[in-house]
Ligand binder design. Structure first.
Ligand code: PMP
Length: 453
C-alpha cells in the first residue's frame, strides 16, 4: 500500500479532509469576521506566512493567558507554539505586563536610554556572560548587525552557515548546499545579489567540510545555532561545537552563536550551558517576554577590534540600527523578563513539563509502532515523522513530511492543541500545566489511533 511515514496515504487524506471540514464548520464567527475584514490585506493576511498555517483559514485570537489561547468562536486552545518562542515564558508574563503598563504612561520611544536600560545591561551579562550589548528589535536585525561587525573586524566577506539553517530574513545567509555547492535558496522574493559571494553553506556536524571552507581564509564568521532547531531538530554530535570553536580560532574567523531558539535549553542558553565561547551572541524572540526585542553582544576582544575599526572608518551611516530599537518599552520589558521571568525556577518547571511531553509522545509513537522519533532540547520538543537521529539539514529535509504534518496539526487544533507551524515543535512554558501536557499526549494518541486503525 501507498504509505507516508508508516501511515496509509488514503486514510491520511480522508482524515485531513474531515479535520479541515470540522475546523471550518466549528468556526462561523471567525469565517464571518474574515469575510468582512480580510480583504484589506495582501492575500488576506497581515503577514504573508500566516497563510501557511495548515488550517483552512487562520484562527482569530480573542485573548491569550498563561499557555492558553481563546479564539473568536470561543474555543480554548492549549498553546504549545507560544509564538514560535516569542511567548516561551507564557503569554503576557505578569512582571512584563506590569512593566509595560508602567512605561506606557512615560513615553514609548525617545532615542535615549533609561535607568532600566542600564539595569537590563547588567542583567544580560549576568545571564549570558560578559558581552558588550546592543539592542535591536528582531533577531533578524541582530544577526544582520553581527554579520556586519564580523566582516568589519576581519576584513573578510564570507559567512559560513549550515545547510538548512534559519537566522531570520537575513539576505546575506540565504544560501543552501546543492550537489556540494553553495547556491542561493530558491523562492527568495526580489533577490538580485549574488549571495554566494558572501556566504558558504556546509552540512551541520561535518567538521571536515567546515575546515575546508575555512581554509581559503575568506570566512569572516561561522554563524550557527548550537542545535539546528529550524531543520526538524538536529543535535550537535559530541565534539562538533567545540570543533567549530577550534576551527574558527585556527583560521581567524569569528563564531556567532544564535541562541534565539536554543534559549529554550536553560538559563543563559545552550552555549553557556556547554561552556562554548561565542565571539558574538544573539538572542531574540522571548528575551523581553514577547515584546519585540533582540540583543546581540560582542566579546571584549571583538569589541576592542571593533573600536579600532570604527575609529578608522569613513564618516557616514554604519548600516546598523533602526529608529525604534532600544526604546524605553523594550528596556522595561527586557529588565522585567531578565530579573523576574527568565529564572532558574521557571526553567526547572519548563524542563519538567517538556520531559513529560517528550516521554508521552515517545510512548505513543512506540505503541503505534511508527518509525518516528522525538527530540527535546530543554523546553523545546519536536516529533519527527522519520527515524532518528538526524545529523544535518539534508537528512532533516528528507525527514519532513508536509502533507502528514499538516493533517496532524489540524487534527491537534480540533482537539484543542496548537503546535508550531511548518514543523512539529512544541514548547513548554513555566505556566504550562501537567493537564495541558497530558491533553496534548492524549490528542496525539487519538489521532494516531485513527490513522493506524
Ligand atoms: N534566529 C533563529 C535561530 C530563528 O529561529 C529566527 C526566527 N525563527 C530568527 C533568528 C529570526 O527571528 P525574528 O523573525 O524574530 O527576527
Amino acid at each position: 500500500v501507498d504509505q507516508i511515514a508508516g501511515i496509509d496515504s488514503g486514510r491520511l487524506r480522508a482524515f485531513a479532509r474531515a479535520e479541515a471540514a470540522r475546523f471550518a464548520a466549528q468556526r462561523p464567527q471567525t469565517r464571518a469576521a474574515l469575510e468582512a475584514g480580510a480583504d484589506a490585506f495582501l492575500d488576506r493576511v497581515p503577514m504573508h506566512w500566516m497563510r501557511d498555517w495548515p488550517m483552512p483559514f487562520p484562527l482569530l485570537v480573542k485573548t491569550a493567558r498563561g499557555a492558553r489561547l481563546e479564539d473568536l468562536d470561543g474555543f480554548g486552545i492549549d498553546d504549545f507554539c507560544l509564538g514560535d518562542t516569542g511567548s516561551m515564558f507564557g503569554h503576557s508574563p505578569p512582571p512584563v505586563a506590569r512593566a509595560i503598563r508602567k512605561q506606557a504612561r512615560r513615553g514609548l520611544t525617545y532615542m535615549l536610554p533609561t535607568a532600566a536600560a542600564l539595569e537590563a545591561g547588567r542583567l544580560l551579562s549576568d545571564v549570558f556572560g560578559a558581552f558588550r550589548w546592543q539592542v535591536a528589535t528582531t533577531a533578524t536585525d541582530a544577526n544582520r548587525f553581527a554579520i556586519r561587525v564580523a566582516r568589519a573586524v576581519t576584513g573578510r566577506a564570507k559567512i559560513l552557515v549550515f545547510n538548512g539553517c534559519y537566522h531570520g530574513t537575513v539576505d546575506d545567509v540565504m544560501v543552501a548546499l546543492q550537489d556540494g555547492r553553495t547556491v542561493a535558496r530558491p523562492g527568495l522574493v526580489g533577490q538580485v545579489a549574488d549571495l554566494t559571494a558572501g556566504a558558504v553553506a556546509v552540512e551541520f556536524n561535518d567538521l571536515a567540510a567546515v575546515e575546508a571552507a575555512l581554509a581559503g581564509g575568506e570566512v569572516a564568521a561561522i554563524l550557527t545555532e548550537p542545535v539546528m532547531t529550524n531543520s526538524c531538530m538536529v543535535l550537535p554530535e559530541p565534539d562538533f561545537l567545540q570543533g567549530l570553536r577550534a576551527a574558527a580560532d585556527r583560521h581567524g574567523a569569528l563564531l556567532i552563536v544564535d541562541e534565539t531558539h536554543t534559549i529554550s535549553s536553560g538559563l543563559g542558553g545552550y552555549a553557556r550551558g556547554q561552556g562554548l565561547r561565542a565571539d558574538i551572541l544573539v538572542v531574540g524572540k522571548c528575551v523581553a517576554g514577547g515584546l519585540p526585542c533582540a540583543v546581540w553582544g560582542l566579546s571584549d576582544t571583538v569589541a576592542a577590534r571593533f573600536h579600532v575599526y570604527d575609529a578608522a572608518r569613513a564618516p557616514g551611516h554604519s548600516g546598523m540600527g533602526t529608529t525604534l530599537s532600544a526604546n524605553p518599552l523594550q528596556f522595561a520589558a527586557l529588565r522585567a523578563t531578565l530579573a523576574e521571568v527568565m529564572t532558574q525556577a521557571n526553567y526547572a518547571r519548563m524542563e519538567r513539563r517538556a520531559a513529560r511531553l517528550a516521554e508521552g509522545l515517545t510512548r505513543v509513537i512506540a505503541a503505534h509502532g511508527l518509525p518516528w522519533h522525538v527530540v527535546r532540547v530543554g523546553a523545546r520538543v519536536e516529533f519527527i515523522c522519520a527515524p532518528g537521529p538526524l545529523r544535518n539539514g539534508t537528512e532533516a529535509a528528507a525527514a519532513h513530511q508536509p502533507e502528514l504534518e499538516a493533517a496532524l496539526h489540524v487534527g491537534l487544533v480540533n482537539r484543542g492543541c496548537l503546535i508550531a507551524p511548518f514543523h512539529n515543535m512544541m514548547l513548554a512554558s513555566p505556566v504550562t500545566t501537567k493537564a495541558q501536557v497530558d491533553r496534548l499526549i492524549a490528542a496525539f494518541d487519538e489521532i494516531l489511533t485513527e490513522l493506524t486503525r
